[in-house]
Design a protein around this ligand. Structure first.
Ligand code: IPD
Ligand code: CA
Ligand code: CA
Length: 260
């Protein structure tokens, strides 16, 4: 295994074990509201510390961009992008769809990625040029070629400052033209599912880099296409992501374009 990936997996499993130790009491944790409908618990913060400690033990000079503690170190070289608990709202309700997401980037190139679901203990990994694995076995995006038979993941806007009226016509269009839409509630896991062929496409507006960095590499290494919604190559710039197997990505893009 790539040494960077090895570190990412060890850190993700350690954080995941910690997250699961508190799962049964998750509804009793101290929770802070970052902004309306955006929560952080002591588990998010402690899990992030566990991950950063592991990374810094192995790579003391690498930079970090982490959801709860922000940016540390020079971002121009190696940088780790961390979401210690993606799907916090699910976790706090003991709705078992959440994950640890860790990626490492060398300047602009994503090198390795891990999305670990500590509830199911599914481990999704990728390193650049070496494909995507689920629990060590190679996975690929689906072969679904027609939108009418596709299953599409998305994220619903959940804060008042998000552009709900901009989003709803897109949702309507996708509902009318596919076999179904799912909103599981953890973007990193949505992208991992897409990489494993469980979803055929995915789009969401306003994501942060830590929600999607690892998932982007998982999808690309599994043969899928990821762009900015609207055409740009790097969805981490705007936060608006469109992903899918090649055929479904193209059809979704056409469908959503008039609503951008
Ligand atoms: C959230 C989840 C969710 C997505 C939100 C994210 P968090 O991350 O990924 O699926 O719709 O936009 O903020 O806050 O649970 O880490
Ligand atoms: Ca997140
Ligand atoms: Ca989070």
């Amino acid at each position: 295994m790539h040494p960077l990936l090895n570190t990412a997996v060890t850190a993700a499993r350690a954080a995941g074990d910690f997250i699961m130790r508190h799962y049964n009491q998750a509804d009793q944790l101290t929770v802070t509201t970052k902004q309306a409908s955006d929560f952080v618990s002591e588990v998010d913060q402690q899990a992030e510390r566990i991950i950063i400690d592991r990374i810094h033990k192995a790579y003391p000079s690498h930079a970090i961009l982490a959801e709860e503690s922000g940016e540390h170190g020079e971002a121009g070289g190696m940088q780790w992008i961390i979401d210690p608990l993606d799907g916090t709202t699910n976790y706090l309700h003991r709705f078992p769809q959440f994950a640890v997401s860790i990626a490492c980037k060398d300047r602009s190139e994503l090198e390795v990625a891990v999305v670990y679901d500590p509830f199911s203990q599914e481990l999704f990994t990728a390193s650049r040029g070496a494909g995507t694995q689920l629990d060590g076995r190679r996975v690929r995006v689906s072969r679904t070629s027609r939108l009418e038979t596709s299953l599409i993941g998305t994220g619903l806007p959940f804060r008042k400052d998000q552009k709900i009226d901009h989003y709803l016509p897109m949702l309507r269009e996708v509902m009318l033209n596919t076999a179904g839409v799912r909103r599981p509630g953890a973007a990193a896991l949505d992208l991992a599912y897409l990489a494993a062929g469980r979803l055929d496409g995915f789009w969401e507006l306003g994501l942060k880099p830590w929600d999607m960095a690892a998932g982007i590499l998982l999808v690309r290494e599994a043969g899928g296409t990821v762009t900015e919604l609207g055409g740009g190559k790097d969805p981490m710039k705007s936060g608006n992501i469109l992903a899918g197997n090649l055929k479904i990505h193209g059809q979704l893009e056409k469908l959503l374009k008039p609503h951008l």
